[in-house]
Write a protein that binds this ligand. Structure first.
Ligand code: ADP
Ligand code: MG
Length: 648
């Protein structure tokens, strides 16, 4: 705080001397605004119409700052003059006169400080706002809603602003600062009885008269200033009664208080499912109180959620719904982030610094992920219930939030060939159970556990006791291919063709299997016979135990699951709904089981009954395609089966 002097060296000098000066009552002195302020005022007055109401927030937060500074003085200054008034903010409106007045009994300003603080930009949070406007043109005027331009926002609504103030310093006279925002302001002495503090009296423009009504101001105060710790009285009535719970010691807060706060702050009806209340000092001073709602309304088919964690600076709302603060996948979170550091140490103007907000978002995101990880370990039941409802967001995060991919992937849960139905495992637990020599993590996609387990793909893994994760949701395939690897191990779909399984255990009836040479002949014959059906390669399988054959998708870019989806889409768009949809052309690698009776029979039939052998070959392929979910058209199959039955 600068020493109280009549006028600091740096302050602008009066541009016009008062015409007449009586000894007892000096006339107003006129000053020009600094050039940047003129520019700012021009924008504020002529370009900003949408968020005019934030002038209330700005003036209330200035008043709260002034009260806070005075409270600090009470602790540090010994010779403060006695003044029994409570530290509070009083707002009065007069809809007949179209005025609104915001008064506080904080530290106040000397005449020199009025010039310095309200006439130059040095002390205002507006510098960077101007800079941002300069860089991006006037479109960015919307920034004002997010960060405000402080005191000058009053000129969005004011014909005239009068600031009457007396400093806390005992021997300083009071002054009144007056301006209509058009380039200059005046300063004149105020009556001797003016109490300590500042009173901002605004005469509203005609089209802003609603800011002189009690109801409108009440609503604005509830929105922006509900948690300001000093009392705010509107026309004599206290408006802010809710505490800034996030700043209190969490050991002293009851569950009911949290729940009530959540309902108030998030406009929610349910009880929160999870909550994280934390403070940090470094790298930023943060107090945050985050909630996970009970229900995932997006999952219930309601609208896509919008970011809803509010950003506060020392209890004053900056933005109720900051868009880019947290990553998209955290859009289910509710609550409050209060970053104290910003106005205190870096000054509010830096708030417009995108890098700083990014940093804040990163810190909160990491902390929340850590919280979920701890929850999963400490209360698995509750975590699983959370996951049931909100897991879809974690999957989105794992796939898209590259900075946190690994940490989020750790939070994913899947059923697997080793879990019971309905029980899940994490990828970390999967890795801890991996067999010696196993270097990849396997997963299979299917609608249900039964669908996956009845297919042929699992056989080879089961026989080797290799765990396979079961993916039931459409997004899983996308998630797996985006996540790509976990803990250094690749995530591999168990129905892709290039899997090398470790040490094939010797099948029990190896003796009865077709000889290798016969298998080669049979494979070559099948390849030619089925080429027209999209079969590109045929080989002896080392993964089959019971089934005769297995169809592997040879098209890396078109997984079976994706293909099914494309077919469903094609079906929807087709005019003839009864005809089978074609789907994209197939590319199949067929694996056949040399131990299977059907395959042995086929080998014999190839010479003894060639025509019938072709029918059998086609039917084996169709059966394998059905298991893979790849059969597009079953109509031919029916006719073929009848033929086979006839010949039986
Ligand atoms: P900021 O609050 O970001 O510093 P403002 O434009 O809102 O920027 O305010 C400019 C300065 O004017 C403040 O820093 C403060 O020094 C002074 N000021 C504004 N309102 C008051 C008040 N009610 N009491 C005392 N000083 C005030
Ligand atoms: Mg301010």
């Amino acid at each position: 705080m600068s020493d109280a002097q009549p006028a600091p060296q740096s302050a602008p000098q009066p541009t016009a001397q008062p015409a007449a000066q009586s000894a007892s009552q000096p006339a107003p002195q006129k000053f020009e605004f600094q050039a940047e302020i003129k520019q700012l005022l021009d924008i504020v007055i002529h370009s900003l119409y949408t968020e005019r109401e934030i002038f209330v927030r700005e003036l209330v937060s200035n008043a709260a700052d002034a009260l806070e500074k005075f409270r600090h003085l009470q602790l540090t200054e010994k010779n403060l003059p006695d003044d029994p008034r409570p530290l509070e903010i009083n707002i009065t409106t007069d809809d007949k006169a179209k005025t609104i007045t915001i008064a506080d009994d904080g530290i106040g300003m000397t005449g020199a400080e009025l010039v310095e603080n309200l006439g130059t930009i040095a002390h205002s949070g507006s510098k960077a706002f101007l800079k941002a406007l300069g860089e991006n043109g006037r479109k960015n005027a919307s920034l004002i809603g997010q960060f405000g331009v402080g005191f000058y926002s009053a000129f969005m609504v004011a014909k005239e602003v009068r600031v009457t103030s007396r400093s806390w310093r005992a021997d300083e006279p009071a002054h009144t600062w007056t301006s209509d925002g058009s380039g200059s302001y005046t300063i004149e002495p105020a009556p001797a009885g003016t109490p300590r503090g500042a009173t901002i009296a605004i005469t509203l423009k005609d089209d802003c008269a609603d800011f002189a009504t009690d109801a409108r101001i009440k609503q604005i105060l509830e929105h922006y200033s509900a948690f300001v710790s000093h009392p705010i009285n509107l026309n004599g009535k206290r408006t802010n009664t809710v505490q800034a719970l996030w700043l209190r010691n969490k050991n002293e807060i009851k569950d009911e208080e949290y729940t009530e706060f959540y309902k108030f702050q998030a406009h929610a009806w349910d009880d929160p499912r999870l909550r994280l209340h934390f403070s940090a000092d470094a790298p930023l001073a943060i107090n945050a109180l985050l909630f996970v709602p009970n229900e995932n309304t997006e999952r219930m088919g309601l609208m896509r959620l919008e970011p809803a964690v509010a950003l506060y600076c020392r209890k004053v709302l900056i933005d109720a719904r900051p868009k880019d603060l947290l990553p998209e996948w955290l859009r289910f979170l509710k609550g409050v982030i209060d970053c104290e550091d910003l106005p205190l140490n870096i000054s509010r103007e830096t708030m417009q610094d995108k890098a700083l907000l990014d940093k804040l978002g990163k810190v909160i995101t990491k902390r929340f992920i850590k919280f979920l990880d701890e929850e999963a370990a400490a209360r698995p039941e509750s975590y699983n219930a959370f996951y049931q409802n909100f897991g879809i967001f974690l999957k989105e995060g794992a796939a898209l939030d590259h900075a946190n991919k690994d940490a989020i992937t750790k939070l994913l849960r899947y059923e697997s060939s080793l879990t019971e139905k309905g029980k899940t495992t994490s990828l970390a637990d999967y890795v801890s159970r991996m067999k010696e020599g196993q270097v990849e993590i396997y997963h299979l996609t299917g609608a249900t556990r039964e669908a996956i387990e009845s297919g042929p793909y699992l056989e080879g893994f089961k026989s080797r006791n290799i765990e396979v994760l079961y993916c039931y949701e459409t997004v899983d395939e996308y998630v797996m291919s985006n996540v790509r690897e976990f803990d250094g191990k690749k995530l591999i779909a168990a129905d892709t063709s290039d899997i090398k399984l470790p040490d094939a255990p010797k099948p029990p009836d190896a003796a009865g299997a077709l000889a290798e040479a016969d298998m080669k002949t049979l494979a070559a014959w099948l390849k030619t016979t089925l080429a027209a059906r999209g079969v590109e390669d045929v080989k002896a399988s080392d993964r089959l135990v019971d089934s005769p054959a297995l169809a592997l998708n040879a098209d890396k870019f078109m997984t079976p699951h994706m293909r099914r989806m494309m077919r469903a889409m094609a079906q929807q768009n087709k005019s003839d709904k009864d005809a089978a949809p074609a789907g994209p052309p197939l590319k199949i690698n067929l694996e056949i089981n040399p131990r299977s009776a059907v395959i042995k029979h086929l080998f014999a039939a190839k010479t003894s009954a060639p025509e019938k052998a072709v029918l059998i070959a086609e039917q084996i392929l169709d059966n394998a395609l059905i298991s893979a979910g790849l059969l597009d058209d079953a109509s031919k199959m029916v006719a073929r089966i009848y033929k086979l039955l006839e010949s039986a």
